[in-house]
Ligand binder design. Structure first.
Ligand code: PEP
Ligand code: MG
Length: 363
């Protein structure tokens, strides 16, 4: 954990006296969450579960699962992945003791898990004892020209519900275990890349059915929330259709910026610097929230969501959650929290307090 001076702690205590918007952190590992807590984070706003699938033996099992067109085999792979996931979440729940933990269901572009070169495909065929032809056909069936606009987020969970089932089971079993070990657990399950109410309903049904099975198996129940990300422009526009099925919305402004501008978030070094120099755009929209366009979608979704469902919890977990100007905008929209990387937590606390003071002075 970082060593923070007493002066820093004292100063931040004053800051917090002015702040009413919460600050959470984006963290996938207990060490990062602990660091963020030291910096003053009041929960995890985004745990990206896909990173966990790339480590060590897991990636082998994930590839085996993806390569199989047989549901029974995929379930067998997922059963082998379950203990790993449970372990990850148990660590987070224990570290966050008493603060909410938002865990997002799997959201990688599928191509990240696929073998690409001929050699990789041959190795995989040998490793899993399947024919090279089968590997090639499967990759051809799953590979996409635009993976970031493709089979990712809830689309994965809808077409492979067994993945959502495994992750829900891992989250809730870990939460029950952490609670039995004395921690106060507040699990929040977040569905990514929703674009319609029906997508959320589909995933919510899978989550709820799985939760009931877990509670029956364990002989106990716990409270948990189900929410969604608002990161596809359509989701913002039909937020009134989505809100009845959600306990919370978290704005994924990285994807929302990408899809609203039609700028690839993975290629920001290409023409964007030229655009900035020519003042065609005034700020890098991936760093500072574009209030005129993307912000309008955020405001619209916040208003529609709250009007449809009073008390709907609202947060932001894109990179903008750690940018002072964007945080001020979130405050004006009445968001309940911003979530940012651990080292930006103090800046976010400051920015939230500063905007609260500015608003008071304007009154
Ligand atoms: C987002 O899109 O803003 C987000 C937080 O999710 P990710 O960056 O993982 O796509
Ligand atoms: Mg996203």
């Amino acid at each position: 954990p970082p060593k923070l001076s007493n002066d820093f702690k004292k100063f931040m205590k004053w800051v917090d006296e002015f702040r009413d918007m919460k600050v959470r952190t984006n963290a996938d590992r207990a060490e990062d969450a602990t660091k963020a807590k030291e910096f003053g984070a009041e929960g995890i706003g985004l745990c990206r579960t896909e990173h966990m699938f790339f480590e060590g033996e897991r990636i082998v099992e994930v590839r085996r699962m993806i390569m199989s067109d047989n549901e029974k085999e995929r379930r067998e792979s997922l059963a082998r992945l379950l203990p790993y996931q449970k372990e990850d979440f148990l660590g987070l729940f224990k570290a966050l003791d008493g603060d909410p933990v938002t865990i997002r269901l799997l959201d990688p572009p599928l191509h990240e898990f696929l073998p690409h070169t001929e050699d990789e495909k041959k190795d995989l065929a040998k490793q899993f004892g399947i024919s090279y032809r089968k590997v090639k056909d499967r990759v051809a069936a799953l590979d996409e020209a635009n993976p970031m606009l493709g089979h990712r987020g809830c689309r994965l969970g809808i077409t492979f519900p067994e993945i959502t089932e495994m992750q829900t089971r891992a989250i809730l079993e870990a939460a029950i275990e952490a609670k039995e070990q004395g921690a106060v657990v507040l699990p929040e399950i977040m569905v990514p890349l929703i674009g319609s109410g029906d997508e959320l309903i589909d995933q919510k049904n899978v989550i709820k059915e799985t939760a009931e099975k877990v509670f029956k198996d364990k002989g106990t129940r716990i409270d948990y929330l189900i929410g969604t990300m608002i990161e596809v422009p359509r989701a913002a526009l039909v937020a009134d259709e989505i809100a009845p099925h959600a306990d919370f919305f978290s704005f994924g402004t990285n994807d929302l910026t990408q899809m609203t501008f039609g700028f690839s978030r993975d290629d920001i070094g290409k023409f964007l610097p030229d655009y900035l120099e020519r003042k065609i755009v005034l700020h890098d929209p991936f760093q500072t929230l574009d209030q005129k366009g993307v912000g309008k979608l955020v405001a619209e979704a916040a208003d529609l969501g709250r009007a449809t469902k009073p008390g709907l919890k609202l947060g932001i977990c894109g990179e903008h959650g750690g940018d002072p100007e964007s945080i001020a905008f979130c405050y004006k929209q009445g968001l309940d929290y911003v979530s940012c990387s651990p080292f930006r937590v103090p800046i976010a606390r400051l920015a939230a307090a500063q905007e609260a003071i500015a608003q008071q002075e304007n009154k």
